[in-house]
Every structure is written in C-alpha cells, then in structure tokens.
Design a protein around this ligand. Sequence first.
Ligand code: NAD
Length: 502
Amino acid sequence: MAPKPTTPAHFIDGEWVAPLEGGTREIRCPADGSLVATVAEGSAADSEAAIAAARRAFDSGVWSSTPAVERGALLLALADRLEAEKEEVARLEALDTGKRMVEARIDMDDIIGVFRHFGKLADADAGRVVDAGMPSVASRVVYEPVGVCSLISPWNYPLLQTSWKVAPAIAAGCAFIVKPSELTPSTSMWLVATLDDLGLPKGVGNLILGAGAAVGDPLTSDPRVDMVSFTGGLVTGKRIMASAAETVKKIALELGGKNPNVVFADADLPAAIDNALTAIFLDSGQVCSAGSRLIVEASIHDEVVDELVRRAEKIRLGGPFDERAETGPLISAAHREKVEAYVAAGIAEGAVLRTGGTRPEAEQYQAGFYYLPTILDECRSGMSCVRDESFGPVLTVETFEGDDPDSVEDAAVAIANDTHYGLAGAVWSQNAGRAERVARRLRHGTIWINDYHPYVPQAEWGGFGQSGIGRELGVAGLEEYREAKHIWHNTRSAPAGWFDAD
Ligand code: NAD
C-alpha cells in the first residue's frame, strides 16, 4: 500500500499537509460505533490551498501534455493495484460505511472495471477532421481538458462514485480536488496516495477532507475552478448549481432518485418479487437507483405484496464481518432519524405499514444505526413518501389497472413518470413488446427490463429531470471532462477583402 499520513492531513500538491485550522474528525463504523480513524477536518482555507495547487499543476501543462496513451496507462496500472489490494481497500470501505464485506468487494470489482474502461478510452478519440469545403483549409475538432475540477462525492458508494469522476478527469488531462463525504474518507485517502505512488505529477490530484458546509464553498465558487462534478442529494445539488453559476462553471450533477419498479400481471412473478427485494433492501436502500416505488398491477397486488412482506421479515441484518447478514445499518444516527420521520409522515398521510417501521430490538443491533426493512402499502401519488427520497430501506406500493391492454400500459407509465426525479426504473413483463414499449416511455436515465440494479461502465449513467445534469460512465462520462475546440487552418492566407483597403 502507498504511504498513509501519520497524523490527520489533506493531500495537497503531492504532500500530506495538516489542516490550517488544525481540525480533526473521528470516523466511526455505523455498524457498532467503533472508532475507525481520526482524520483531518478542513476549512475554506484548506480548499483554497488545494485549488491553488491544482491550478498551478494544470496551467503548467504537466498532465495535459502527457500523451493520452500514458494517461490511460496510469489508470490501467491503478486498476491492477486495486486488484492486488482489493481486500484491504474493501475493508476500509466496509468499516467507513458499515456495509458488508461481500458488498464492498463487489464495489471494488466495479471500480476496477471503471478504471479499465477509462484507461482504454483515454486515447481512443483524438478528435475529427471536418470538411471545410475549401481545399486550402484544414479544419478539425480537437479535445482539450476542461481544466481544474472539484469532484464531490457521497457516502453510500464512496470510492465507486469518486472513481466515476477521477478516472475520466485523469484520462482527459485535468487537475482535480477530490472531496469525499466527511463520513467516509478512507478509500479516497488510499486513492490519492496510490495515484501519487504510480507517478501522477504533484498537484494534479489533491484531496480535501471535511464537511461540505466548511470546505465546499471555494470548491464550487472559486474562479480558478473550471468544473464541479457532484454526486449527492437534491438540496445540496441545487445549492452547488447556484454557487457555480456566478462564474459559469461547467457542472455535472448526479442527484437522487425515486425509482419506479413496475410489475405487470404477466411478469415472471418469482423473479420479479425476488428482485423487488434486492431493488430496495440491498445496502439498506442507501442506493440512488434503489427501486423504492413498487408499482404493481392491481390484480396481482395481494399475491406480490404478501410475499414481499413475508420475505422482508426474514432479511438478516448485520455488520461488515457478519457472514450471515444480508444487509447492513444506515450510515448515521441523523440519517436513521430522517428515515423514521419519513415513515411517520407516510403513515400520517394514509400509507398502511405492512412490516418494519422500527429499529430492530435485539441487543446486538443497539450500538449501530439499524432499521428494519419497511413496506408502506396503499400509497398514492402526492404522498410525501411517494414523492421524496428516503434513502433508506423503505418500499412504497402503488397499484395500476386499466380496461384493456393499452390503458393498462398507459396507467403504469403515467404513475411511473409521476416524479420530479428520473434516475432509474424497471419494467417486469413476459410480453417483450409491452416491456420494450414501456421502457421507451419511462422518463428515467436507466431502465432495466426483467432485472434490477446491474450496470456496466461502458454504458452512460445519469438522470432525467431533477436527478441531475450530464452523464457519468460510457463515452459521455469522458466528454464531461473535455472541451471541444475547432481549429481552422488556412494554408493559403490572403486578405479577407471585405473592407476597402484605400
Ligand atoms: P449530500 O448532498 O449530503 O452530500 C454529498 C457531498 O456533498 C458530501 O461530500 C458533502 O460533504 C458535500 N457537500 C455538502 N454540502 C456542500 C456544499 N455546500 N458545497 C460543497 N459540497 C457540499 O449527500 P449524501 O447524504 O452524502 O448522499 C446521499 C445522496 O446522494 C442521495 O440523495 C443519493 O440519491 C445521492 N446519490 C446519487 C447518485 C447518482 O448516481 N445519482 C449516486 C449516489 C448517491
């Protein structure tokens, strides 16, 4: 492993440096409250120092003028390093987030795939020649790195979300400041130390630790920053968009989701029910694309919901190293309180609590932030539990019906699109034509047909509506970090002849 700081520190200009105001923060495992690490807690002055370092590095051209094939090679080497250190990095992630090791290992595999994807993409497209219509003119479009990027990420998939930003930034030749969630900094510390070890020039990759309110403002408003890429909640995203507007920064926003999981009566019900459970209860629902809205055809409602309740009550909770556990705790006491308030509001508005709605009672769960898998039935559009993201293990159930096959489809689509979000969703039907039609009509960035959750780094990820702006992954995920530039070269210069020379 690359050297870690011996005292709480940010990583700025190739060095571990103490926070200017000397702040520290204890990181505690959400599964049992045990102390994981004591890390730096920064201030705006620390962010300014990191921005200055990134600006200097970018303006020097040290990384943007490195051949794209070498920038890609660094990402491929990073993937190899993560593969070699996978168990230890997964452990860091599991301790910070409380998620089970089995999930953290899957995250690591996904991250390795992300580094390889952008590593291979780095030199794949150097631009294009454009026909200017004149033999004496060479006209071409080339790509330049966007510049200095603030990369701000959340706590649910700390290194994975950061990799979606850092990998294309490196591939494009940008300089950057990583700002992980203050709750889950450990794997970002591993990342910048490892990049340094692999030869990323000083100042190109920097790390600032601390609460968004303390360190966030310069990262999103400083004129030396060219782009902000943010993944997190809708409220924070709006604030960041406003902050970045003053200097017209490029922004990429990956915000929340309230994702419809639509089950038609002609679906493969055992598969649909089983996947509805993983759609919402994996990682205790702390997944932006969680299938938090079950939208089920009325004729199969009882059969589907009764079985979901029966199985939800059997889900085993536990911490990172509990091999029998199937899902883990919530991230913090504050987050659990938000989920509790959300469920209470849903019940007050008429939702019927079918299971959960409370903390587990067993002694073993009392030191962690556990919450039981919860199902709210008889929900309707307009209820706060249908409209707002809980980001917890809470499934809401709505029904649809119609007089004929077309009106059944229309009803399902209308309910599934009745959200200000638009991140992801699924449709379950064994009628392939129906599944395709409905998938095309859903206004969400990822649609699964007869499945839930899988994704590949080769395909774009992002949201319609208030789920965000721009796309990560795929080819578009690299474009976000590049500016297209048109170069017109007249090989036979001549006066324009427009204005009278005399
Ligand atoms: P959050 O918005 O509270 O925080 C996200 C990050 O922003 C953290 O690093 C935080 O410190 C920082 N931040 C907070 N205020 C800031 C400010 N004023 N300026 C700059 N940075 C600031 O979100 P969270 O609670 O960490 O994560 C959960 C949210 O993330 C959920 O809404 C979830 O849906 C969303 N999410 C979306 C995706 C996606 O791909 N669309 C993926 C994962 C998570």
